[in-house]
Design a protein around this ligand. Structure first.
Ligand SMILES: Nc1nc2c(ncn2[C@@H]2O[C@H](COP(=O)(O)OP(=O)(O)OP(=O)(O)O)[C@@H](O)[C@H]2O)c(=O)[nH]1
Ligand SMILES: [Mg+2]
Length: 311
C-alpha cells in the first residue's frame, strides 16, 4: 500500500530546531586536544606529535549535519609564555574561552594539574564546561576513578563542571558520548558558516602544518620549536599542485641540522609531508623546500603577524 502524507500533521509537527555553536577545546600541552578534535570531526585536520606545544594556532574544524553545525576549535596548550610567539598562542586560548558555547577542558593521566591556576582562568567562563580525562587506554579503571575524584574535589569546588568524562581520543572511546552531550547543550542558532565548509583555515595553512608535523617527528631538542614554515607558492593545475615553502630557523647551525648530511634529513621531511598532502588534497603534489635563517623570529611581532599569529 502506498503511504500518503498528511499535510496537516506535517505542518503541525514541530521542526527540529537548528543548532549551531562553538565548541572550544582547551588544556595543557600534549594532553591530546588535537587528537580529540580530529576524532570528533573524523578528519585529520590538526597535526599531532608526541612533543608538547605542537599546535600554535586556533584551528576550527566543522561538523555539519542537517540540523546542526558544530564548530570545534583546537587551541595551543596552556603554558607560561617564554616568547612573543607564546603570548600570541595564549591569546588564541583566551579568545577561545571567551567565545565558547561549550568548553571541552582536556586533561590526561599524566597532566600534573594545578587546579587553582586553571580555576582562575575558567571562573570567567559562562559556557558549560566538560572535563575530559584523556588517554585512559593507558591505565586501569581504578586510576581513572582516582583522577576523576581528584578533579571533582579540586577544580569542581571552584568551577561548575557539567560532567567529567573519561576518554581515549586515540581509540575513539566515549567520542559518541561527547558528541551527544554537545548536541544537547549546543544553542539554537542558524549555521555560522556554509555547510560545505569544514575549516576556517586556507589550504596553504594545512600545507605548512604538514611540513611542521614532520619536523616535529624527525628532530629533537630545540629544532621543532625554532622552525616556522611559510608557503610562498601554491599553484594548482588540473593534475598537480606545485608548492614552494620556506622553513625558517633562527641560527645557521640549526639550518645545518635541519638539512642534514647531503640533505638527507630534510628530504625525509619532504617525502612524508608530500605524501600526506597528496592524501589531503587527493592530487599529486610537487613540493619544494627552502631553509632560511630569520634571527629571533619568535620574538619579532611584525614577523609573527605576517605568519598569522595576530589576534
Ligand atoms: N595513548 C594515548 N595517546 C594519546 C591519546 N590522545 C592523544 N595521544 C597522544 O598524545 C600525544 C599528544 O597528542 P596531541 O593531540 O598532539 O596533543 P595536544 O594536546 O594537541 O598537544 P599540543 O598541541 O602540543 O598542545 C600524541 O603522541 C598522541 O598520539 C589517547 O587517547 N591515548
Ligand atoms: Mg595540538
Amino acid at each position: 500500500m502506498a503511504t500518503t502524507t498528511n499535510p496537516i500533521t506535517e505542518q503541525n509537527s514541530p521542526a527540529t530546531p537548528h543548532k549551531a555553536g562553538f565548541v572550544n577545546i582547551i588544556g595543557k600541552p600534549n594532553v591530546g586536544k588535537s587528537t580529540l578534535m580530529n576524532a570528533m570531526i573524523g578528519e585529520r585536520l590538526s597535526i599531532i606529535s608526541s612533543k608538547a606545544q605542537t599546535t600554535r594556532h586556533r584551528i576550527m574544524g566543522m561538523l555539519n549535519g542537517d540540523n546542526f553545525q558544530i564548530i570545534y576549535s583546537d587551541t595551543p596548550g596552556i603554558m607560561e609564555p617564554a616568547y612573543e610567539l607564546h603570548k600570541a598562542m595564549m591569546n588564541f586560548v583566551d579568545t577561545s574561552l571567551e567565545d565558547a558555547d561549550i568548553v571541552l577542558l582536556v586533561t590526561d593521566l599524566f597532566d600534573e594539574p594545578n587546579a587553582a591556576e586553571l580555576a582562575k582562568k575558567l571562573k570567567k567562563v559562562q559556557a558549560p564546561i566538560f572535563l575530559l580525562i584523556n588517554k585512559i587506554d593507558l591505565t586501569s579503571q581504578e586510576k581513572v576513578n582516582e583522577k576523576m575524584l581528584f578533579w571533582q574535589e579540586n577544580l569542581g569546588k571552584e568551577v561548575t563542571i557539567k560532567e567529567i568524562i573519561p576518554v581515549s581520543a586515540l581509540q575513539n572511546f566515549n567520542i559518541t558520548r561527547i558528541f551527544d552531550l554537545i548536541l544537547e547543550y549546543l544553542p539554537e542558532n542558524p549555521a555560522y558558516y556554509s555547510k560545505e565548509d569544514f575549516t576556517d583555515k586556507p589550504e596553504r595553512f594545512f600545507v605548512a602544518e604538514m611540513v611542521r608535523e614532520q619536523i616535529f617527528a624527525n628532530y629533537t631538542k630545540e629544532i621543532p620549536y625554532c622552525c616556522e614554515v611559510v608557503v610562498t607558492d601554491f599553484k594548482e593545475d588540473e593534475n598537480i599542485i606545485r608548492i614552494r615553502c620556506e622553513i625558517l630557523v633562527e641560527r645557521a647551525s640549526q639550518k645545518g641540522i635541519l638539512i642534514g648530511q647531503k640533505g638527507e634529513k630534510l628530504k625525509k621531511v619532504g617525502t612524508v609531508a608530500r605524501k600526506n598532502m597528496e592524501n589531503f588534497f587527493n592530487k599529486k603534489v610537487f613540493l619544494e623546500q627552502h631553509v632560511k635563517v630569520e634571527p629571533d623570529w619568535r620574538n619579532k611581532r611584525n614577523l609573527l603577524e605576517k605568519f598569522g599569529y595576530a589576534g
